[in-house]
Design a binder for this molecule. Sequence first.
Ligand code: MSP
Length: 492
Amino acid sequence: MKNYYITTPIYYVNDKPHIGHAYTTILADTLSRFRQLINQKTFFLTGLDEHGLKVQQAAEKNGANPQDHCDTMAPAFLELWKRLNIQYSDFIRTTEERHVKIVQNILTEVYNNGDIYKDKYEGWYSIAEERFITKKELDSGLFRDVKKIEEENYFFKMSKYQDQLIKKIEDDKEFIQPSTRKNEVLGFLKQDLSDLCISRPKTRLEWGIEIPFDKDYVTYVWFDALINYISSPKYSEDKNNFEENWPADVHLIGKDILTTHSVYWPTMLMSLDLPLPKTIFAHGWWLTDEEKMSKSLGNIISPLMLIDEFGVDSVRYYLMSEMVLGLDATFSMDSFIKRYNSDLANDLGNLVSRVSTLIDKNFDGIIPQCNDDKNDLSNQLSNIDIEEKLNTFKMDGLIQSIMDFVRSINVYMEKNQPWKLVKEDKDLAGIVLYNAAESLRIATLMLSPVMPQKSQEILDTLGSNDSSLEWGGLKSGEKIGSINPIFPRIVK
Ligand code: MSP
């Protein structure tokens, strides 16, 4: 059985991770956990992009050699992923031998099949973007650090695959998502695609993977980096493992790296005669004050600061529910606190303490008897279609529908008032509390991909270790756990 294979971009190690990097990784982790919740096996890959000019320059600035620089930076990412509870299946670094070897094998393969040639090139080069830019781009004035360069280089025959790529994008609705991005790429492909310069002379850049058929050159960082998606599952080295994973089900990326993923990468795969990823999904940016969060603008929100102050799961919850996948979202402390207080402290947290306290006080902490599996609440569960929401990448919508269910448990409690009912008809009050607690158990399991730790705390309070999403997992007669405040209100 093939794994559901999900990737994040591999991050440059020229800087510490910020909330934008954390976002894509949390999103991948949450999607992967949701897939597991509906009993799919997943393979989730993340890692670091360690070659190229940016990294070399960052190392020089720190007075370190590039490999030492990477080795110093990598722990900051690993530490953050641990704090954020990221359950990746593999973490790849492009300086690892296992990756270098496969990149070199691929270069040889593509060279031998005639898709790489050497040519003289003269043009404008943007150091910030690490690529040659066109005359039109130069004239736009949008590019910093531009210099004119004339040199011999190796080129990949990207243009050869232009028509095949256009056809694929037009025919396959799932391939590039959301559709605005699909149209953007098709727009880009209206002009003639040029071939891709995939080498850098060592005289200009040393920090890269050596071209196997010419020792004077290193590989262009994007040609090297994109290959991580197939080097991790062991392309050309372990057929079974590779086929268990590839093609990827989704490459999650930010909209800033759309062209490299939907033009460079598919044409590289076409040259290798490999299947293309099923979906490339580009999400929007996190903005602060309408601007992209970035180091140069000095408007970065530190994920660690947020975790320390508000806890991991509330940060995960905020990022997953606040951004409509595909669109930009604005990060602000106000909206963070608002969402926390209304969804987590109020709707969910209060419900947990109310239901468990009522069971504790009136039923000695024992889950009451119930044999009523067709009730107002169980009927509403069918409104939550996890798989459909996952297939259409509606993460915020999925969370919304689970929280709607949580709110309807609150409505059910208000309507039936078990705290009053218990004085008139204890059995009936027991049924109401059972239904509320069982609904809460299922809702909590459904929220566990977003908030793994807090969900476990809630399940512990309910005394449940049943992991089924079917009605009836909570066992009458069992004891509930200790009751602690789960989401204390944030008072500003
Ligand atoms: N190394 C390349 C990717 C190679 S993939 C084969 C790269 N790295 S990066 O460190 O610049 O990270 C880029 C990714 O970080 C973006 O595509 C996006 O996923 C995430 N984000 C960085 N800043 C972001 C925001 N402000 N908002 C949301 N995500 C952003 O590009």
